[in-house]
Design a protein around this ligand. Structure first.
Ligand code: BGC
Length: 371
């Protein structure tokens, strides 16, 4: 259903390109991001998509959706993943090769958003428009647009889900014992998710409702290098040993599903009751876990919609139109506020799963199989 929707949109977009007959090359403008200087480019131009290593299902899905969607819209798609090892250097090389190869737009899911300035500046100098996808690219003027789910809101929803879950499942009144996990420090999203969650949780820590028993409340103490499950599992193992031999752990803030399942595995391995654990991404195994009453929550950030929005931006650039953005305030990358198109994330628990996945047939099927 989603796929058909994408195809239908792509056909309309492709049709519009045919009608305008636009084939002029964009030439060497500097891609300021204002859209004013865009002159459009060939309707069959190459579009580069550089994605990070496959640390969660959304990245795997995005690659296929970009390949199909861009080609259905009439473009040539050059979709590359950075390999699991030597990722940053490989991604830098891939982006450089896309510039040399004549891509008109490069969409980047950064492995390390702080280490791409040289490559995106080379892209800008060659007249290529750069769109940061899901993760912001930092400390450079050369990022034209950002397209993502509203990451701060993701964090706020996770914080609220943790509170709701504790009230529902802890089996006692406050105070509740919790621990905090955050994502990889090389991903700009990690701090945004964490700050969003702390926006909700900090007042409850301050008033004594929540107790972070380990005392580890700084983002650096809670980080999960590389978004790797084994790193989260190791940290949870050591927290259980150091802090929870006699205390009960009531809840854990987890920034995504991969880490949530690692945290749950750790707790189960220690023979303890599973606490309230949050997540993000609506990964299949986590949706099953939620329906089984184990993981408490996840976030629906429908990758199909994010890829569709990105391809829509490419279509607008191709025609030399102004690019749709809906946020020009939040995403300061250190040297500029990057114009952004933000989509709305949805919190998912067992209770609202059927409704939350009403437009995601593969997940809805899983939810319905538990009825
Ligand atoms: C994405 C999350 C994902 C994480 C790990 C983040 O940048 O926004 O959806 O879980 O990377 O891949």
């Amino acid at each position: 259903m989603k796929k058909i929707l994408l195809s239908a949109t792509a056909l309309v977009v492709a049709g519009a390109f045919a009608l305008t007959g636009c084939s002029s090359e964009r030439g060497g403008d500097t891609g300021s991001g204002s859209g004013d200087d865009a002159k459009g480019f060939a309707a069959d131009a190459t579009i580069g998509v550089a994605l990070p290593d496959k640390t969660s299902e959304n990245w795997v899905l995005a690659g296929q959706l970009f390949t199909d969607g861009l080609e259905e819209a009439g473009f040539k798609a050059d979709v590359q993943y950075a390999p699991a090892s030597n990722t940053v250097a490989e991604q830098q090389n891939q982006i450089q090769a896309m510039v040399t190869g004549g891509a008109k737009v490069i969409i980047i899911g950064a492995k390390d958003g702080k280490q791409l300035a040289t490559q995106v500046e080379a892209a800008r100098d060659a007249g290529v428009t750069v769109i940061a996808y899901d993760r912001l690219i930092e400390n450079t003027e050369a990022v034209d647009y950002y397209v993502a789910f509203d990451n701060f809101k993701v964090g706020q929803l996770q914080g609220q889900a943790l509170l709701d879950g504790l009230a529902e499942r802890a089996g006692h009144e406050a105070p509740y014992n919790i621990e905090l996990f955050s994502g990889s420090p090389d991903d700009a999203n990690s701090a945004v998710f964490f700050n969003g969650a702390m926006d909700v949780l900090q007042p409850k820590i301050d008033d004594g409702t929540l107790k972070v028993v380990s005392g580890q409340t700084e983002i650096a103490q809670t980080a999960t290098e590389g978004w790797k499950a084994e790193n989260a599992q190791r940290r949870m193992d050591s927290l259980l040993t150091s802090t929870y031999s006699s205390e009960t752990l009531d809840g854990v803030l987890s920034p995504n599903d991969t880490l949530a399942r690692a945290i749950i595995t750790s707790v189960q391995g220690a023979g303890k009751d599973v606490p309230v654990v949050t997540g993000q991404d609506s990964e299949v195994e986590s949706v099953k876990s939620i329906m089984e009453g184990i993981q408490y929550s996840t976030i629906n950030k429908d990758t199909t919609l994010l890829v569709e929005q990105s391809i829509k931006m490419v279509g607008q650039l191709q025609k030399g139109e102004e690019v749709d953005v809906n946020d020009t305030e939040q995403y300061d990358n250190g040297v500029k506020v990057v114009p952004a198109y933000l989509l709305d994330p949805i919190i998912v628990t067992k209770e609202n799963a059927a409704e939350a996945y009403a437009n995601v047939p593969s997940l809805l099927e899983i939810v319905n199989s538990y009825k």
